[in-house]
Design a protein around this ligand. Structure first.
Ligand code: B12
Length: 362
């Protein structure tokens, strides 16, 4: 599968998926008989559904994760990553086609799966949707980048029992919070998932949504009866009282100035930048803007770890491309200088700075 993805060989990837589907189905049948019990009696449809789920979550999902690792390490290009993801999407469709005959109504219920606004990582949500279909749910899959008002309008129209929100990029958390609160205000339970919601879903819990690690976990939650009590829509600071200090709001409001100043300070503190091409300069502006975005989000959820994880990740991306991670220091110092009256901001930036500083000689 991995070779097929890296070589952009769609036909081969789909053939691998079909073989895996057949093998997984057969294997489960055999091991069921070997145990001499319940699985042996399971219907052919049940085996097909289980095989589809395994191919989605144990073959396609890990390949996509590996793709991310390979891109971060600069082992594959952005174009290869895009091509491979399109092939993975085709593989998901192949699973859906092959398993469709096993999906007879009645449904267990109806749910809506959607990415939050600004979120282009649609494949994780798609995996969730397909697994829930295989588990017997009727799924409205809205895909990437859906503004909250459209999610709410759709759930009102379809009377879905739950909204499952996916997000991979932490800077989209304030918008995700609004989506969670708005859907709950429309009377529907919300299950959040995806890397944006942090280790063990800590930010989902902060925003008073249920959280599941993956589609299997979501299926378990959905099957749990009764659902937790539905909450009213609420302003963000009701869930996150620390927002009262206005640090998050101020960083958002002054984002442009902060980025401009940091760019000037990086140019001064990292002289290599003076020889940068226009393209390299544009990427640097983008990187600084991301730094400010992640800082704001760390303030939103009141977790320096969100920012330090991002800085460690960025340092790795830079190092893999022969850019010394110390070039981040002048940007952090610039922000520290501008935000010195913001105690939470200072704590976040100082924690990140410590990670980048070279160890002092003993
Ligand atoms: C393909 C890809 C893209 C594609 C997405 C296309 C598509 N159709 O999905 C494109 C090119 C659009 C893209 C864009 C970007 N990407 Co990208 N992308 C990826 C990549 C390689 C694979 C994504 C994927 O399919 N993952 C596979 C799934 C299975 O993994 P998953 O997200 O963990 O999902 C599982 C669980 O989290 C959970 N789950 C997910 N959602 C939900 C929802 C619910 C309700 C539940 C219960 C569970 C659940 O179940 C899933 C199945 O098990 C990832 C690498 C990675 N590790 O994921 C990077 C990655 C997510 N991208 C990354 C980045 C940086 C970006 C960009 C910012 C790049 C840029 N500079 O523009 C943009 C951001 C765009 C945006 N605003 O959304 C980084 C994020 C790092 C970070 N610090 O946040 C990653 C991790 C790459 C890396 N190794 O650094 N990307």
């Amino acid at each position: 599968m991995w070779q097929a993805l890296c070589e952009g060989d769609e036909t081969r990837a789909v053939a691998v998926v079909r073989r895996a589907l057949a093998a997984a189905g057969a294997e489960q049948g055999i091991s069921g008989r070997a145990c001499g019990g319940a699985s042996a009696e399971a219907s052919a449809h049940g085996r097909t559904r289980a095989a589809g789920e395994r191919v989605l979550l144990d073959l396609i999902a890990p390949s996509q994760e590996r793709l991310g690792t390979a891109w971060a390490a600069n082992d594959i290009t952005v174009a290869q990553e895009h091509a491979a993801t399109v092939i993975s999407e085709r593989c998901v469709a192949a699973v859906a086609d092959s398993t469709a005959p096993a999906l007879a109504a009645p449904f267990r219920g109806r749910v809506l799966v959607s990415c939050v606004g600004g979120e282009w990582h649609s494949l994780p949500a798609r995996l969730v949707s397909e697994v829930l279909r295989l588990r017997g749910w009727r799924v409205d899959h809205l895909g990437a980048q859906v503004p909250t008002e459209h999610v709410v309008a759709h759930v009102r129209r379809t009377r879905a029992q739950a909204v499952l929100l996916s997000s991979s990029i932490p800077t989209l958390l304030p918008g995700a919070h609004n989506a969670i609160s708005s859907c709950q205000g429309a009377g529907v339970r919300v299950i959040a998932g995806g890397a944006a919601f942090g280790p063990q879903g800590r930010y989902a819990r902060l925003m008073r949504a249920e959280w599941a690690e993956d589609a299997r976990g979501a299926a378990v939650l959905l099957a749990r009866d009764p659902a937790p009590p539905v909450r009213a829509a609420r302003p963000p600071d009701l869930d996150l009282p620390h927002l009262a200090d206005q640090e998050y709001t101020m960083v958002c409001r002054t984002r442009l100035q902060l980025v401009k100043q940091a760019l000037a300070d990086v140019e001064e503190g990292f002289p290599e930048m003076r020889g940068y091409s226009e393209y390299q300069r544009e990427r640097t502006v983008e990187d600084i803007d991301h730094i400010v975005g992640y800082l704001a989000t760390a303030l939103y959820v009141d977790d320096p770890g969100l920012f330090t994880r991002f800085i460690v990740w960025t340092a790795g991306i830079l190092a893999a491309r022969d850019v010394p991670p110390r070039c981040l220091l002048p940007a952090l110092d610039s922000l520290l200088n501008r935000l010195k009256d913001f105690p939470r901001g200072v704590a976040v930036l100082t924690a990140a700075r410590r990670l980048l500083e070279p160890p002092r000689p003993a």
